[in-house]
Design a protein around this ligand. Structure first.
Ligand code: NAD
Length: 500
């Protein structure tokens, strides 16, 4: 059955705008069956300028609105997001290919939670500065000032969640935003813009433009933009950070990873397998923090593999709206090609042992889904650190099992990467887990679990996995600049220019 969405055009100054000089169109597809869903107008430079100017025009009034009033508007948007959870989840499922069982319980929920968190934070003094007496006759006070027009550029794996993780602290802090969704998953953006509008957000505070890398690059170099918050690949992040840095803009970059999961020698086998599966197959492996390098004590590998194979039968591909389905297709044809090439490389060139999976679509798929971008969850065993499938981010459901001899060795090998997004440890002795996790070079770490990222928890990568953090109290600081004021209380002051 063909599902169609209305054409998308840029949204700025509080309304959708069908500009006459669009820079072409692109098409979005349903990843589960390759059917077209929606045609999107690529924003021309003139349209992008209009969106930036709309944001700039809205800034003086929005930034002067008391935080508690801004929070009230954002809270209304939270209520609308929750009220429309299933409708939005349906859209996200059609756009991303993630099962409804996932989008309806994670994507909008975690986005709305973050919006609620930042609304509450600014309403309860999160933007307060500090003051101190410098000497009896002088004091200093500081304030947290919004930056101005900010840009949000999203990846395709968590579209509405990324849009909310960026816009929530941005708007709560008093900034205005021009947001560009990924060209692969653009549908959520207009829904979100309309929810903000309905909640009472003034025109121009949140704007949307569409397009691929050239639109992102134009936004990043725009002279009226004060900050760029980017989520995507390391290679793109470097370009964005370079351009933004060249213009002395603030930048936050949430990038890719190749994260290690260390199964400790005392780990409960069932638990270790559950965590490893969450760290590799949730969202069909299209999660930036995926724990794709699974270090297992050499003497435990056989039993780990057996228990893993046993549980793999519970990965269920199929109709995305069937409540039992927990594994969807990859997001796009391009991405499907990339992932299947990695799997082929792992088999033919790296010569890793294929424990399960491969390049075919899951056998249980019904005929009407055979044209979608499906792969099977794949596990390679007996992997070594020099294999390409172990070194590079695949961003798909591909797990590598790496046997190790001792925990020190596992930690050293886990850290031997230029990436540092996430890491995790599974073990019974939590003290040992703490000391092991403390030696892992990553910005987001878990013990005996994987993947949960609540609003209160600041997240961001180390090394080449990113710059700055999102969420938590520190996440708000990424959207403000500091102003310090020294007040002299003495009525008359002597200076070097005073009369001698
Ligand atoms: P990508 O880098 O290809 O694209 C991301 C966004 O950048 C898209 O909107 C794209 O249009 C835009 N873009 C492309 N070139 C640009 C340029 N020169 N200037 C400005 N913008 C440009 O990434 P992707 O394939 O969409 O996303 C997958 C990647 O994102 C993975 O590496 C994943 O690990 C990462 N990711 C990281 C996090 C995190 O929080 N660390 C979260 C989700 C995804």
């Amino acid at each position: 059955m063909l599902y169609q969405e209305a054409d998308r055009v840029a949204f700025y100054g509080g309304a959708s705008r069908r500009d006459s000089d669009v820079a072409g169109h692109f098409q979005s597809y349903n990843p589960s069956n390759d059917e077209p869903i929606c045609r999107i107008a690529i924003s021309s430079h003139r349209t992008i300028d209009h969106a930036v100017l709309a944001a700039q025009a809205a800034f003086p009034s929005w930034s002067a609105t008391p935080p508690v009033e801004r929070a009230r508007i954002l809270q209304r948007a939270v209520a609308l997001l929750r009220e429309r959870n299933d409708q939005l989840a349906r859209v996200e499922t059609l756009d991303t290919g993630k099962p409804f069982s996932e989008t309806s319980t994670v994507d909008i929920v975690t986005g709305a939670d973050v919006l609620e968190y930042f609304a509450n934070l600014v309403a309860s003094g999160g933007l307060n500065g500090e003051s101190f007496r410098l000497r009896p006759t002088a004091m200093v006070y500081t304030s947290k000032e919004p930056l101005g027009v900010c840009v949000g550029i999203g990846a395709w794996n968590y579209p509405i969640q990324i849009a909310l993780w960026k816009s929530a602290p941005c708007l709560a802090a008093g900034n205005c935003m021009v947001y560009k969704p990924s060209e692969f998953t653009p549908l959520h953006a207009e829904y979100l813009a309309n929810i903000y509008k309905e909640a009472g957000l003034p025109p121009g505070v949140f704007n949307v433009v569409y397009g691929a890398g050239d639109v992102g690059a134009y936004l990043t170099s725009h002279p009226l933009v004060a900050k760029v918050s980017f989520t995507g690949q390391v290679s793109t992040g470097k370009k964005v950070a370079g351009t933004a840095g060249g213009g002395m803009k603030y930048v936050t970059a949430e990038l890719g990873g190749k994260s290690p999961l260390i199964v400790m020698p005392d780990a409960d086998l069932e638990r270790a397998v559950d965590v490893a599966m969450m760290a590799n197959f949730f969202s069909t492996g299209q999660v930036c923090t995926n724990g794709t390098r699974v270090f297992v004590p050499r003497e435990m590998t056989e039993s780990f593999e057996r228990a893993l194979l046993e549980k793999m039968q519970y990965v269920r591909a199929g109709d995305l709206f069937d409540a039992a389905t927990n594994f969807g297709p990859l997001n796009s044809r391009e991405h499907w090609k990339k992932v299947t090439e990695y799997v082929r490389y792992g088999i033919e060139t790296d010569k890793a042992r294929l424990l399960c999976g491969g390049t075919d679509a899951p056998a249980e798929l019904p005929a009407e889904l055979r044209k979608g971008y499906w792969v099977r969850p794949t596990v390679f065993a007996d992997c070594t650190d020099d294999m390409r499938i172990v070194k590079e981010e695949i961003f798909g459901p591909v797990m590598s099992i790496l046997p190790y001899a001792g925990v020190d060795e596992a930690v050293t090998r886990a850290n031997t990467t230029h990436l540092g997004l996430a890491a995790g440890v599974v073990g019974r002795d939590v003290g040992q887990c703490h000391s092991t996790v403390s030696r892992l070079e990553a910005g987001i770490t878990w013990i005996n679990t994987w993947g949960e990222s609540p609003a209160e928890m600041a997240v961001g990568g180390w090394k080449q996995s990113g710059v700055g953090v999102e969420n938590g109290r520190r996440g708000l600081d990424a959207w403000v600049r500091n102003k310090s004021t020294l007040v002299e209380l003495e009525s008359s002051t002597a200076t070097v220019f005073s009369k001698l």
